[in-house]
Write a new protein. Structure first.
Length: 212
């Protein structure tokens, strides 16, 4: 079994120690950091994403896999920077103003990192102004917003309007999600995409940056 397969399998089991050890081992073998990232860590996280989408695993397993991925990324990041490897794309992520739910948003962030994207997580209860500032500061490809309450859903529209008023709406793809959110609502408020779960969100985000 190759060390990259071992990394992928250990990540899927949420084994932080083995992922760390095998990531170091792969570097010592002279394997390119980008190859370790794509064929080890991201390969494993992609399988986790599919299983989660298919209800074969649940939130705790995803969290464990994400922790293992982060452990591998901590080792790889300096090497990736040294070799000039950039993320596939950049996402500004947050739960909208007035909404304090963040488990779904956190899962989306983990899955997006798992497909090779850089995620700037603004947290929860994020105002439209803060989303606009983050877009101006980080120049992301995507703005992703979560709303878990029918009362906070209108904030997603407020953010899109604020992006438009600031002249940066056309610079980003806007993705929305959350329990009460629907495809029709996304179309109504002018979002570029609605996704029903974290795995779908990560895949759609990857599509957007690939197209770009």
């Amino acid at each position: 079994m190759s060390v990259l397969v071992e990394i992928s399998e250990a990540l899927q089991k949420g084994n932080v120690r083995v992922v760390s050890e095998k990531t170091k081992e792969a570097l010592n073998q002279g394997i390119e950091p980008n190859t370790i990232l794509n064929d080890g860590l991201i390969a494993g996280m992609s399988i986790i994403g599919v299983k989660f989408k298919n209800d074969e695993i649940y939130v705790p397993e995803v969290m464990m896999a994400a922790r293992a991925m982060n452990a591998g990324m901590d080792i790889l990041k300096p090497k990736l920077i040294e070799t000039g490897v950039k993320p596939a794309g950049k996402v500004v992520l947050g739960t909208v103003k007035g909404d304090l739910h963040d488990i779904g948003k956190n899962l989306v962030g983990m899955m997006m990192v798992g497909v090779g994207l850089e995620v700037i997580d603004l947290g929860k209860d994020v105002s439209a102004e803060k989303f606009v500032s983050a877009v101006k500061e980080h120049s992301p490809n995507i703005v992703a917003m979560s709303a878990l309450l029918t009362t906070t859903m209108p904030e997603q529209k407020t953010v899109i309007e604020a992006l438009r008023d600031a002249g940066v709406r056309d610079n980003v793809k806007v993705m929305i999600g959350g329990a009460p959110v629907t495809e029709d609502y996304a179309n109504e408020i002018g979002a570029d995409a609605y996704t029903p779960d974290a795995g779908s969100a990560a895949q759609k985000a990857k599509e957007f940056v690939t197209i770009a």
